[in-house]
Ligand binder design. Structure first.
Ligand code: GAR
Length: 201
């Protein structure tokens, strides 16, 4: 069984979908640890409710991103984590963090990357006026939302969509896509060749 840590800053609805999928056996791995950079993140409450160790690591206690990330990595290593899952974790990881876990950190982003990277992918898609957006699960590299794509799924933009209604439909897709990508990793079904991530049978 692969050992999974989830890093989350916010609502934690993806975290909850992942916990459910792991519990029902849809993910061949166990969520051992949840870490947040926000004391009040609902993700921490959800983790505790599911009996998973939940840690708040306060960025204000560290002088810069590298020292903060080193503290996070220390916890990940202490828990012998195989896969780091970013689920609405709103901090860019430092290069040393990424290098500690090559092709072992995943992120979910609410757009069809490489379109609309960054913090507000849904707003950007709506403002641009695209007819189709979606979500992307990708491996994390040292850039911003730029690592190899694992899974993507399209979501149509409707004429009367607001950021909220569109994000809600994207979320619904994320709750299916992320557990699937995590399960593929846990069953050693992902092979990365350059920028391409292949799914093997
Ligand atoms: C998700 O929609 C995720 O795609 C997005 O934050 C949301 C977190 O929701 N992530 C990003 O925008 C990363 N750049 P959740 O906390 O309810 O899972």
């Amino acid at each position: 069984m692969k050992r999974i840590a989830v890093l989350a800053s916010g609502q934690g609805t993806n975290l909850e979908a992942i916990l459910k999928a792991a519990k029902s056996g849809e993910i061949a791995g166990r969520v051992e640890l949840v870490i947040s950079d926000r004391r009040k993140a609902r993700a921490l409450e959800i983790a505790r409710r599911w009996g998973v160790k939940a840690l708040f690591i306060n960025p204000a206690d560290y002088r810069d991103r590298n020292t903060y990330d080193a503290a996070v990595v220390e916890e990940l290593q202490r828990a012998a984590i195989d896969l780091v899952v970013l689920a609405g974790f709103m901090r860019l990881l430092s290069a040393p963090f990424v290098r500690q876990y090559p092709l072992r950190i995943m992120n979910i982003h609410p757009s069809l990357l490489p379109a609309f990277p960054g913090t507000n992918g849904v707003e950007q898609a709506l403002a641009y006026g695209v007819k189709v957006t979606g979500c992307t699960v990708h491996f994390v590299d040292e850039g911003l939302d730029s690592g190899p794509v694992i899974l993507q799924e399209a979501v149509p933009v409707l004429p009367d969509d607001t950021v909220e209604t569109l994000h809600q439909r994207i979320h619904a897709v994320e709750y299916r896509l992320y557990p699937r990508a995590i399960d593929l990793f846990c069953r050693d079904k992902l092979i990365v060749e350059g920028r391409r991530c292949l799914i093997v049978d």
